[in-house]
Design a binder for this molecule. Structure first.
Ligand code: SF4
Ligand code: SF4
Ligand code: SF4
Length: 244
């Protein structure tokens, strides 16, 4: 029997689900190993039970809290995918403002028809079994996690900082070029793709388990960033991790 798999979307851009559908070369193998029973972005069928429920998106409505709890009851494993689901991601930036102000700025005079609560990551609402970070997730990370689960193993969670892969990629550190970067404290596994592509790391995979925050703040300060700029940099993807 193939494991029954569902993919659910909450508050997000759905880009991480799209990454699953974008696994074009591996899609046939995925479909022969997994029984997708619910996946709104790809099919209309629904199911009552799932061996693995992948969750894309943060929780930002009361109804989403109830829905998450319901999914947890029906699923053997729950795995958040992407920054929104794993850490709250960019959704948590709204938590700095009163919720009625957030609604007004988004919906104007129609604000009264909507409800919202401070955004939170999935594990702030229900227990989870693993997580796949990134904005968006890395396709081969998703495939690897599925393979490890199918083999009966607890998947490996990458915990070296982005700097490790950045060095392997042969990049010149952006600090040497007058730019700044969150690579020293950010969970790798993306092959330092942004730095290789000419940008910097903004921390989309969340922080490593024991980040040296003090040292990172110090090097950002030495590079000329103000306290406010450092705070903005830290909070772009990580504003609600462990704060709700
Ligand atoms: S983590 Fe990024 S790509 Fe994934 S759903 Fe959230 S905003 Fe979209
Ligand atoms: S560019 Fe960023 S990720 Fe690469 S070595 Fe420098 S600080 Fe680390
Ligand atoms: S380099 Fe940083 S921002 Fe870019 S994908 Fe990797 S973790 Fe995310």
């Amino acid at each position: 029997m193939k494991p029954k798999v569902a993919v659910f979307d909450f508050t997000c851009c759905e880009g991480c689900e799209l990454q699953i559908l974008n696994c074009e070369e591996e899609l046939a193998d995925l479909l022969s190993a997994l029984d997708f029973v619910e996946f709104r972005e790809a099919m209309t069928e629904k199911a009552d039970y799932y061996d693995i429920a992948f969750i894309d998106g943060a929780c930002s409505r009361k109804s989403e809290m109830a829905r998450l709890k319901d999914i947890r009851k029906r699923a053997r494993m729950v795995i958040p995918i992407g920054a929104c689901a794993c850490m709250g991601g960019v959704n948590c930036l709204k938590n700095y403002y009163p919720m009625d102000e957030v609604l007004r700025s988004e919906y104007g005079e129609k604000a009264e028809y909507y409800e919202t609560i401070p955004a939170r990551h999935v594990s702030a609402v229900i227990p989870v079994d693993f997580f796949i970070p990134g904005c968006p997730i890395v396709k081969k990370d998703f495939i690897r996690v599925v393979q490890e689960i199918l083999a009966g193993r607890i998947p490996y969670q990458y915990n070296d900082p982005v700097c490790a892969e950045c060095k392997v990629a042969g990049n010149v550190c952006v600090f040497e070029k007058g730019m700044t970067c969150l690579g020293p404290i950010t969970r790798g596994g993306c092959e330092a793709t942004c730095i290789t592509g000419g940008a910097v790391c903004w921390g989309c995979r969340g922080f490593i388990d024991k980040p040296n925050i003090i040292a990172e703040k110090l090097i950002l300060e030495q590079a000329g960033l103000s306290v406010e700029e450092i705070s903005k940099r830290f909070n772009l993807f990580n504003a609600c991790k462990d704060r709700i």
